[in-house]
Write a new protein. Structure first.
Length: 110
């Protein structure tokens, strides 16, 4: 007999879109927003105002890494940050935030 004949496989997928949830967390958690996300967006704005290029990974990559750590710690999901999102999902998170924030920067919100 095999062990999987005795136990059902565990489905550890989360019942919500983690990319969207982390993006919302980054914008709505007051301490994270004030200390990490807003400064990253302001660096993007300064580069945009100076006419320099803004590369999404360079501008928001570290903020997203910190967000994943804070998110896992705050909500105690039983996953480490590197287990929470795959590389493709992490890139999707960065691109989502980058496109939304650059739209706001171009519109003069910041």
């Amino acid at each position: 007999m095999r062990i999987d004949e005795f136990a059902q496989p565990i489905d550890d997928t989360l019942p919500f879109d983690v990319v969207d949830d982390v993006a919302i967390f980054m914008r709505n958690d007051p301490m994270f927003y004030r200390k990490t996300f807003f400064p990253a967006v302001m660096k993007m704005k300064n580069r945009y105002d100076a006419g320099k290029s803004c590369i999404a990974e360079a501008c928001l990559g570290e903020a997203c890494n910190r967000a994943l750590e804070s998110y896992c710690r705050k909500f105690d999901l039983g996953k480490r940050p590197e287990e929470l999102l795959s590389n493709e999902e992490r890139k999707a998170l960065i691109q989502k935030l980058y496109s939304e924030e650059m739209t706001q920067i171009r519109n003069g919100v910041y």
